[in-house]
Design a binder for this molecule. Sequence first.
Ligand SMILES: Cc1cc2nc3c(=O)[nH]c(=O)nc-3n(C[C@H](O)[C@H](O)[C@H](O)COP(=O)(O)OP(=O)(O)OC[C@H]3O[C@@H](n4cnc5c(N)ncnc54)[C@H](O)[C@@H]3O)c2cc1C
Length: 201
Amino acid sequence: MKEQYFDAIVVGSGISGGWAAKELCEKGLKVLMLERGKNVEHIKDYVNTAKGPWEFPHHGNLTLAQKELYVNRIRGFGPNEKNLDWWANDAETPYTEIKQFNWFRGYQVGGRSLLWGKQTYRWSDIDFEANAKDGIEIDWPLRYKEIVPWYDKVEKFIGVSGSTENLPQLPDGQFLPPMEMNIVEKDIAARIKKNITINAV
Ligand SMILES: Cc1cc2nc3c(=O)[nH]c(=O)nc-3n(C[C@H](O)[C@H](O)[C@H](O)COP(=O)(O)OP(=O)(O)OC[C@H]3O[C@@H](n4cnc5c(N)ncnc54)[C@H](O)[C@@H]3O)c2cc1C
């Protein structure tokens, strides 16, 4: 076999490894990416995306046998019949649990970026200054305005869902249109807006 040389090796093609590889490639480096999971062809392999609930044998629910296989993954949000392909099960990712520790993994090209909910919140100066104000550990070496261009760059590429709210404690980002709220969520949001004043300190 012909020997090949690479400038960098990236292990794992999730959002962390994927982003590192993208940046390195764009700067002209020759990059080898190692991924333990299956290959995923964009669109073609999203076989459940366009299905209606009636097209799933269990209407989107897991069988008892599947629940047993994914017992640690079902806590809170988690696997269902529609997205099961993208979750590593408990047998593939065993671990000893002394205290509850929710460990979710997806073994495929793209890792858990195929599962994430498009919600990513920016830190504000309230966060960057909090530990210094409380006298805990070392002050962050940067403040919000210095990191803004980097937030902008990443958000534009990955696609973050959100609505512009002008809240000092939760800075707005480069959002895609927000996911629509249902009628109950809209009612709750309106009541919170009317009745609660949040004072940023
Ligand atoms: C259902 C769900 C919803 C989520 N929603 C949000 C959200 O709305 N907002 C948010 O900010 N975060 C969300 N997250 C979390 C977010 O998706 C993850 O934090 C993020 O995708 C992790 O990226 P990563 O690259 O660090 O790890 P991973 O995506 O886990 O990537 C690791 C990759 O490495 C591979 N790998 C592992 N071991 C090896 C090995 N030995 N050799 C080679 N390859 C290996 C894996 O197969 C995988 O592809 C969500 C997560 C889940 C599961």
